[in-house]
Ligand binder design. Structure first.
Ligand SMILES: Cc1cc2nc3c(=O)[nH]c(=O)nc-3n(C[C@H](O)[C@H](O)[C@H](O)COP(=O)(O)OP(=O)(O)OC[C@H]3O[C@@H](n4cnc5c(N)ncnc54)[C@H](O)[C@@H]3O)c2cc1C
Length: 307
């Protein structure tokens, strides 16, 4: 079992949410913000601003890509890696607020894109599904999540389910585009069927372009949804799949955890199975105890960040 070094404790603590170590994350964000201060920002973290929907296109049977225009085509969102936004809409007389993670690069100008799944009984996702180009949505951000720093870790394992790919994509697409950043990424991405895999073209292109820095293993949870050409996994992620297909000997609970980290994001049942979910306590998001497969494997709370 690995021992906690002071450096490990500090780094572990850095991945805790604002409520625990707000100052560290805040300082980090301030540094990032000073970089972006020179650029005109479309979003404001203290208030909701209306953004116009430019287009909404189906990318799978239940998911759309939404493109929101900034007021000025030279504006950037003002987001940093990794952060998300809050959206707000008045639905049946109530203000509904939900977080989403853009999939556009943080320095992309003029627009911000989201990949959002529509739930049959979902308040915000159904509202978004009904929006037409020209309609506006209230958006606020950035909302800080994991403060990613190039080369801080050697290897980051990512375990994502469904739309949980969005924050992972934000991180690895940003990191891989930076030639100075040597961080390696291993992504395990689970979906019900092949058709449900979001951003597959983009992910496969990155895996091809950066074979030494980025690898991906997909899994389909339903056997009958697998096509004949399927070369990846079937079923849920367990210890064996995580060890053999993603982490190999590079990310282990016994390894040097100041160099490795595991990120997890997915729907509630997926989170419960893999790591346990983060939750709100006294109005603040807390990581909560580590549970599930990662706990069984021997990982510790500070080795894992849950989005
Ligand atoms: C940090 C963060 C970033 C996120 N980024 C994205 C993103 O980029 N794209 C995206 O599509 N979603 C994302 N989500 C999820 C999103 O915030 C909403 O939870 C989701 O869109 C459902 O909201 P709703 O109002 O439509 O459904 P609600 O009205 O909240 O829920 C209605 C019903 O839908 C079902 N449901 C709701 N959410 C889920 C879920 N995640 N999995 C399975 N069933 C569910 C439940 O059965 C629920 O009873 C993110 C969540 C977080 C915490």
């Amino acid at each position: 079992m690995f021992k906690l070094q002071p450096r490990t404790i500090l780094r572990g603590a850095m991945i805790l949410p604002m409520g625990y170590l707000g100052k560290t994350i805040y300082d980090n964000m301030q540094q990032r913000n000073s970089i972006y201060a020179e650029q005109k920002q479309a979003l404001d973290s203290s208030k909701f601003v209306p953004l116009e929907l430019a287009s909404a296109d189906k990318i799978s049977h239940d998911t759309k890509k939404y493109v929101f225009k900034f007021e000025d085509k030279d504006q950037v969102s003002g987001l940093h890696v990794a952060s998300c936004v809050l959206t707000m809409a008045n639905i049946d007389g109530k203000n509904v607020v939900r977080p989403y993670t853009p999939v556009t690069h943080v320095d992309e100008k003029g627009h911000m894109d989201f990949v959002i799944k529509t739930y049959e009984k979902g308040n915000m996702s159904k509202h978004l599904d009904q929006l037409k180009p020209g309609d506006k949505l209230l958006i606020k951000g950035p909302i800080p999540k994991y403060p990613y720093k190039p080369n801080e870790k050697e290897h980051i394992g990512m375990i994502a389910g469904g739309t949980g790919i969005a924050p992972m994509y934000q991180i690895f697409s940003h990191a891989l585009a930076n030639p100075e950043d040597k961080t390696k990424f291993s992504l395990l991405y689970s979906n019900v069927s092949q058709e449900d895999i979001l951003l597959r073209k983009e992910i496969d292109e990155l895996a091809k372009k950066y074979p030494n820095r980025f690898k991906v293993h997909y899994s389909i949870s339903k056997k009958d949804k697998v096509g004949t050409d399927w070369k990846y996994g079937v079923g849920y992620f367990d210890k064996k799949v995580i060890e053999e297909k993603a982490f190999k000997s590079e990310i282990t609970p016994e390894g040097d955890q100041s160099k490795n980290l595991v990120l997890v994001c997915g729907p509630p049942r997926f989170m419960d199975a893999i790591s346990g979910d983060s939750y709100f306590e006294n109005g603040k998001k807390v990581q909560g105890p580590l549970k599930g497969v990662l706990k069984e494997m021997g990982f510790k709370e500070q080795d894992v960040f849950k989005f």
